[in-house]
Design a protein around this ligand. Structure first.
Ligand code: SF4
Ligand code: SF4
Length: 423
């Protein structure tokens, strides 16, 4: 990474503490990522993005802000980022995936809370995340209890706008959500001093759909046997999708997909043919949370799909690009987001159907249900997921773990036993 100390200082960061974080990431990435064999050439771009994780993109955001553009930090796949793009703003995903930030989060939050929330808040109050420091507005949502109360605390450090997400998907909830999307639109227009028009919204919807299309293409390649790309690499790409420049991301991922499709034609894979195939389902895996993928792929199985918000929930279902007026387009936009099946909804049978469908589409031999501790929504929903998969004869195991390494060996033992069953 280049020298960005002046930039970080101008963002009000704690440089000394940030140095500790910067020293921890490269060896972790080397061990988990660069140690893999037969990686596609196209991964070089994503390696570069990680090498520059607190550098180049942060500098781009800084330059954009000097030019008058606004940066919005988001935490959930329900935030309609198309509205931000349409008003020439920039959206960056901020969910924290590092144990490094948890102790700072625990200074203001209870310990018995989801690590994703603690790490996200900790990243802000520790002053060690340049993305948080670059945001003009944070956008939270009323999904789980932990998040909606955490926004009140985060708002003491940086302006935080909260979208009211319904808890159910009845017609009246959909109508409320459409209103909420319009209310958010007004907020974006006010901050950016731009107006949503049918033209700029059409372009923004198209761009977001292109990102969905290319992620869908990437995931499509993972249906092959042998698999042309590891689950770890696919997860990394999904995580980067949340903060990279969208156009560059689309170009680079398309180039990678071409390489993967050639590999499929040649029968080349990163794991031998007939390696046990795993579908991950459950809570999001924010960067740099690679723990479970690393354990599974070092235990003799390959991950072929993630039914998570850093997986299919992020890119499945396109926004209908057909609307002529802003009102029609806004309606299409709101409706697409209501198609996301998060466990914060009741009932949420759509997610159970999705898991069974994806397990079949990706020819998964088994499902690992991943749960961050204290995420009650996903933990409780496991009961229905397990029942549905058992009815289909698909083995499933639940793994609950945080960002720490203390339980890694215990998880490895359970995963190895599970893979033996799949064999
Ligand atoms: S799991 Fe639910 S609350 Fe969390 S990011 Fe996904 S949609 Fe949002
Ligand atoms: S993983 Fe669960 S508890 Fe954590 S932020 Fe998402 S919905 Fe909330």
């Amino acid at each position: 990474m280049g020298d960005y100390r002046n930039l970080w200082e101008s963002l009000g960061m704690d440089l000394e503490k940030h140095d500790v974080l910067c020293q921890a990431l490269p060896p972790l990435f080397d061990e988990i990522y660069l140690s893999q064999v037969d990686r596609p050439q196209g991964m070089n771009y994503f390696n570069f993005v990680i090498a520059e994780i607190h550098g180049l993109r942060v500098e781009e955001l800084h330059t954009a802000r000097i030019a008058g553009r606004k940066v919005f930090g988001t935490f959930c796949v329900f935030v309609p980022t198309e509205l931000i793009t349409a008003c020439d703003g920039i959206a960056v995903g901020l969910c924290g995936g590092s144990q490094f930030w948890v102790p700072d989060g625990e200074k203001v939050l209870p310990r018995n809370l989801c690590p994703l929330i603690k790490a996200s808040v900790g990243a802000k109050i520790s002053g060690t995340c340049p993305y948080f420091q670059s945001c003009d507005l944070l956008v939270g949502e009323t999904t789980c209890d932990g998040k909606k109360k955490a926004w009140e605390i985060l708002n003491e450090y940086t302006p935080t706008y909260v979208m009211d997400l319904p808890q159910m998907k009845r017609e009246k909830d959909l109508s409320n959500w459409r209103d909420e999307v319009s209310r958010f639109c007004e907020q974006v227009e006010a901050l950016t001093e731009q107006k949503i028009t049918s033209d700029n919204l059409r372009q923004a919807i198209h761009l977001a759909n292109e990102k969905r299309r290319v992620l869908s293409r990437l995931y499509g390649a993972r249906k092959a046997d042998p698999v042309p790309i590891s689950g770890k690499d696919a997860l990394l790409i999904s995580q980067i999708a949340f903060y990279d420049d969208p156009e560059r991301f689309i170009t680079q991922t398309d180039a990678l997909c071409e390489e993967l499709e050639k590999r499929i034609d040649q029968g080349t894979g990163v794991f031998p043919k007939s390696t046990p195939r795993i579908l991950i389902s459950g809570t999001p895996q924010a960067i740099p949370n690679w723990k479970l993928h690393h354990i599974i792929e070092n235990s003799g199985a390959v991950i072929v799909c993630e039914e998570t918000c850093t997986g299919t929930r992020y890119f499945e279902n396109m926004v209908d690009e057909g609307g002529e007026t802003v009102d029609e387009q806004m309606r299409h936009l709101a409706d697409r987001y209501m198609g996301v099946n998060c466990a914060c909804f009741t009932p949420n049978t759509g997610r159970v159907d999705d898991i069974v469908r994806l397990a079949k589409e990706y020819h998964a031999d088994g499902v690992v249900h991943y749960n961050l501790p204290f995420c009650h929504n996903y933990s409780i929903e496991y009961h229905q997921v397990e029942r549905a998969l058992k009815q289909e004869g698909i083995p499933v195991i639940k793994v609950e773990t945080d960002y720490g390494e203390e339980d890694s060996e215990q998880i490895r033992t359970r995963i190895e036993a599970f893979i033996e069953i799949l064999r």
